[in-house]
Design a protein around this ligand. Structure first.
Ligand code: WQD
Length: 335
């Protein structure tokens, strides 16, 4: 089948493109390169021996998006990754985030309706959950994002739910990612944020390659096993394969609207990550404890049981795989 990936040259999009191609689907990518690089297209081709059809366009440009569907009238499903995703930046520039992350989705729904494309997988996030003392997080837990980026994910979920209510023959799967880390085993694809990374693993990798001096661990006084923050880190390839499971379900039946956590169900602390990274890659990461980062929570991890039961989703990669593959990619792509 023909599958359109928006933002398909990004970190999650490119790893998913590899799995979509490996699953035998014809893959089309639309990406405006605002947070990705054209070289990723060659790397996808090198890994899969197939070159996705590529459009360097902005999903917020409805004429450009219409052109993509006109030239590919039989797209079976859209996987929508395109969006800005930096929490801190979203607080400084909320309008940029609301316009980009919402108009892209509204355009897709309008154009998909025009071309009778009825299957939509949305890249959502654990940030849509309200702060909860109770863990693990289940899909029916209370929602409530705490920053503009998270609110764009939440608002998108609500837009999609309203649309599906009005169009029962339109199928939507909302995939709530926890903390994706790691890289493809080839070392060709990985997380490559512009500038100083906000997220833990890309920051650790730049310390390991000497691009940054040491890691600042934000807080050692949380109510966790070692005082540092706990998150549900999921290998990017396991996460990508979760999209294939969602596609398979859409090929089998009209799913209506389904919501799934994509996580491992295991929480690891910052020190778990640093110590595992140093164990598998050599003692490369020095760190210091500093004050908590505003907005951080102590603990967040998923219950993946709904995805396991309904999609047959199962993570297979270990924390060591995540640390080893992250560093391999960083070494190959050191600036
Ligand atoms: C993880 C842990 C930090 C950096 C983010 C986004 C969220 C989602 C997943 C998209 C925390 C600690 C981090 C550092 C540190 N992305 N840390 N030093 O905050 O759980 O979630 O990624 O949907 O939207 O907010 O991930 O990697 O930033 O932090 O100590 O230099 O590492 O305090 O405990 P987070 P993170």
């Amino acid at each position: 089948m023909k599958i359109l990936l928006t933002g398909g040259l990004g970190y999650i999009g490119s790893h998913t493109a590899v799995e979509v191609i490996n699953a035998g689907h014809e893959t089309i990518i639309i990406d405006n390169l605002s947070n990705s690089k054209i070289e990723v297209l060659e790397k996808i081709e090198k890994i899969t021996k197939k070159r996705p059809k590529f459009y360097q366009e902005d999903v917020c440009d409805i004429n450009a998006l219409t052109k993509v569907f006109k030239e590919n009238p039989d797209i079976f499903a859209v996987i929508h990754f395109a969006g800005f995703k930096a929490v801190g930046e979203s607080c400084k520039e909320p309008l940029k985030y609301y316009k980009n992350n919402l108009i892209s989705t509204l355009n897709l729904l309008e154009v998909m309706e025009k071309f009778n494309c009825k299957n939509f997988i949305f890249s959502s996030s654990a940030t849509v959950y309200a702060v909860s003392e109770i863990m693990p997080l289940e899909e029916d837990f209370p929602l409530g994002a705490s920053n503009p980026y998270g609110r764009t994910k939440l608002f998108n979920e609500e837009i999609l739910e309203d649309y599906q209510n009005a169009h029962p023959d339109f199928n939507i799967v909302l995939l709530r990612y926890f903390n994706p880390i790691g890289a493809h085993e080839s070392g060709l694809l990985g997380e490559d944020p512009n500038g100083i990374p906000n997220n833990l693993m890309p920051y650790i990798c730049k310390v390991a390659t000497g691009e940054l001096d040491h890691l600042n661990i934000f807080g050692k006084d949380y109510n966790t096993k070692d005082g540092t923050g706990v998150r549900d880190y999921i290998h990017i390839v396991d996460l990508a394969k979760g999209h294939i499971k969602a596609l398979e379900k859409m090929l089998e039946e009209n799913v209506g609207l389904k919501i799934y956590n994509l996580g491992t169900g295991t929480g690891y602390s910052v020190l778990d990550i640093v110590n595992t990274f140093n164990k598998v890659n050599g003692n490369l990461v020095k760190y210091e404890f500093v004050a908590r980062r505003p907005g951080d929570i102590a603990m967040c991890y998923a219950s993946p049981s709904k995805a396991e039961k309904e999609l047959g989703f199962k993570t297979t990669k270990t924390l060591e795989d995540m640390c080893r593959s992250s560093y391999l990619y960083q070494k190959n792509n050191k600036k």
